[in-house]
Design a protein around this ligand. Structure first.
Ligand code: UGA
Length: 436
C-alpha cells in the first residue's frame, strides 16, 4: 500500500521505516531539510536500536523515501500525521501548531477515499476539530495512537502489544477499519489486539496510558519518600507488592523519576485539557504526580550534598548518564542532566559521561564537563552518581574496579540499580533513593 508519514521525528521516522519493512511503499515528509537529507541517505538522525538497519534496507530497496515536498503525499492511501505536540511555551497545554500546519498543508493533496491517520499525541477533541477540515476533501480521519517506547521503538512499532483505531460512525467505517488492518497486516496476522473505538476514546487511550505509567512511577517514588523517614527499603517494597499480578513489578522503579519527551508533557497537557473541559478535579492528582516526580530530583541533589559532608563546593562529582533513560540519546527533560546542572550550580566540578547522549547534552549544557570514556570520567571523583541505568554502569561497573579509579568512596544510586551490599563491602558509602 502507498503510505505517507508526515513528520519524521522520533515517531515518524520509526513508523516510516517500520511500514516500509513490512512491505508498504512509504514517503516520509518533513519540513526540516537536514533531517530529510540524512534520512534519505539511510542515516538515523537519532540513536535508536535497529532503526539504522531498517532505514538502510528501506532506502536501498526504494520502498522508503523522504522529501520536504508535501505534494508527494498525492496518491497515497493512508497519510499518517506524526508531528510533535510539545508543551506550550509558558503553559502546560499541548502546542498543536505542528499538527494544524501538517493538516493544512496536506488538505490540497487529499483525494476522496484517502485516510488521514492521526498518530501524534493530542488533547481529546482534536480529531473532531480536524475532521471538519478534512471531510470536505472526501478523505476520512482516523485516530491511531502510538505507544512506542524510545529504545524499543522499532520492536514496539512492528510488534505492538495492541492497535487502537478511532473511527467515526458512518458508511465508510467498515472499509476504513479493513484498510487499517491491511496497513498493520503483520501485527494483525499475529493476533495483536485490534481495538476499534471512536475518536475521543482513541485520543484518550494514549494520554490515559501515559498518565497511568507516570502515576505508577510517582506512586513508588512517594513510597520512597516514606521509606526515607521510616528506614524501610523501597526496592524490597516494590518487589513485594509487584508479586501481586494486579499491581505488577514493571514501572515500579523508584529513583530520580521520569523524564523524556512524553510522560512529563503528556500529563501536563492532560491536566490542562481536563481543566478546559471543566473536569480539572478528575485528574487533579496528575499535578501531584508531577510534583512527586520533580521532588526526587531535589532529593538526589540533597543526597549528594549530604554524602559529601554538607557541601559539594569544589568537589568532583561524576554523573553516570545524561539520557533520560538507557538505550536512548534523548535528553529532553532528562532528570540526569537536571541533577548534573543543579550540582554544578552548587559549586561542584561536574563530569558527565554517557554512551550515547553526550553530543546532545553538550549542545544544551555546554557548562558541564563531558568525558566519553567511563573510566576516565570516574578517575579522581569524590562522589559518583548513577542517573541513567545503562548496562555499562549498572551491570558492568564493579565496586572493586571503581575503587581503583575514584578518590572518594561515595556513591549515590539515583536509579536504585546497584547492589548496596556489594558497594559497601568494597568500602563505599552507598546512598540509594528510598533505601536504607
Ligand atoms: C513513554 C511510554 O512508555 C510509551 O508507551 C509511550 O508511547 C511514549 O512515552 C510516548 O508517549 O511516546 P518513553 O518516553 O520512551 O515512553 O519512556 P519510558 O520507558 O516510559 O520511560 C519514561 C521515564 O520514566 C524515563 O525517564 C525512565 O527512566 C522513567 N522510569 C521508568 C522510572 O523512573 N521508573 C520506572 O520504573 C520506569
Amino acid at each position: 500500500m502507498r503510505l505517507t508519514v508526515i513528520g519524521c521525528g522520533y515517531l515518524g521516522a520509526v513508523h516510516a521505516a517500520a511500514m516500509a519493512s513490512i512491505g508498504h511503499e512509504v514517503v516520509g515528509i518533513d519540513v526540516d531539510e537536514g533531517k530529510v537529507e540524512s534520512l534519505s541517505r539511510g542515516e538515523a538522525p537519532f540513536f535508536e536500536p535497529d532503526l539504522q538497519e531498517l532505514l538502510t534496507a528501506g532506502v536501498d530497496s526504494g520502498a522508503l523515501r523522504f522529501t520536504t515536498d508535501i505534494a508527494a503525499a498525492r496518491g497515497a492511501r493512508v497519510h499518517f500525521i506524526a508531528v510533535g505536540t510539545p508543551q506550550q511555551q509558558g503553559g502546560y497545554a499541548a502546542d498543536l501548531t505542528y499538527v494544524d500546519a501538517a493538516v493544512e498543508a496536506l488538505l490540497p493533496h487529499l483525494a476522496p477515499g484517502d485516510i488521514v491517520a492521526g498518530k501524534s499525541t493530542v488533547p481529546v477533541g482534536t480529531a473532531a476539530r480536524l475532521a471538519e477540515l478534512i471531510e470536505p476533501t472526501g478523505a476520512v480521519l482516523v485516530w491511531n495512537p502510538e505507544f512506542l517506547r524510545e529504545g524499543w521503538a522499532v520492536k514496539d512499532t512492528v510488534e505492538p502489544d495492541r492497535l487502537v483505531v478511532g473511527v467515526a460512525d458512518g458508511p465508510d467505517a467498515g472499509t476504513v477499519v479493513e484498510t487499517m488492518k491491511a496497513v498493520y497486516h503483520t501485527a494483525v496476522a499475529a493476533d495483536t489486539p485490534f481495538l476499534v473505538t471512536d475518536w475521543a476514546t482513541a485520543e484518550l487511550v494514549k494520554v490515559a496510558a501515559n498518565a497511568f505509567l507516570a502515576t505508577k512511577i510517582s506512586f513508588i517514588n512517594a513510597m520512597a519518600e516514606i521509606a526515607e523517614v521510616t528506614g524501610a527499603d523501597v526496592t524490597q517494597l516494590a518487589d513485594a507488592i509487584g508479586h501481586d499480578a494486579r499491581i505488577g513489578r514493571r514501572f515500579l522503579g523508584a529513583g530520580i523519576g521520569f523524564g523524556g519527551g512524553c510522560l512529563p508533557k503528556d500529563i501536563r497537557a492532560f491536566a490542562a485539557r481536563a481543566e478546559e473541559l471543566g473536569r480539572g478535579e478528575s485528574v487533579g492528582f496528575l499535578r501531584e504526580v508531577d510534583a512527586i516526580n520533580l521532588r526526587r530530583r531535589d532529593r538526589a541533589v540533597e543526597l549528594v550534598v549530604e554524602s559529601l559532608g554538607g557541601s559539594v563546593y569544589e568537589k568532583r562529582v561524576t554523573l553516570l548518564g545524561a539520557a533520560f533513560k538507557p538505550h536512548s540519546d534523548d535528553i529532553r527533560d532528562s532528570p540526569a542532566l537536571d541533577v548534573a546542572v543543579r550540582l554544578r550550580g552548587l559549586g561542584a566540578s561536574v563530569t558527565v559521561t554517557d554512551p550515547a547522549a553526550i553530543d546532545n547534552a553538550r549542545r544544551l549544557h555546554p557548562q558541564l564537563n563531558y568525558v566519553e570514556d567511563r573510566d576516565e570520567a570516574l578517575r579522581g571523583a569524590d562522589a559518583i552518581v548513577l542517573v541513567t541505568e545503562w548496562d555499562e554502569y549498572r551491570r558492568e561497573l564493579t565496586p572493586e574496579h571503581t575503587a581503583t579509579l575514584t578518590d572518594g568512596r561515595v556513591v549515590v544510586d539515583g536509579r536504585n540499580g546497584w547492589d548496596a551490599a556489594a558497594w559497601r563491602a568494597a568500602g563505599f558509602a552507598y546512598h540509594g533513593m528510598g533505601r536504607r
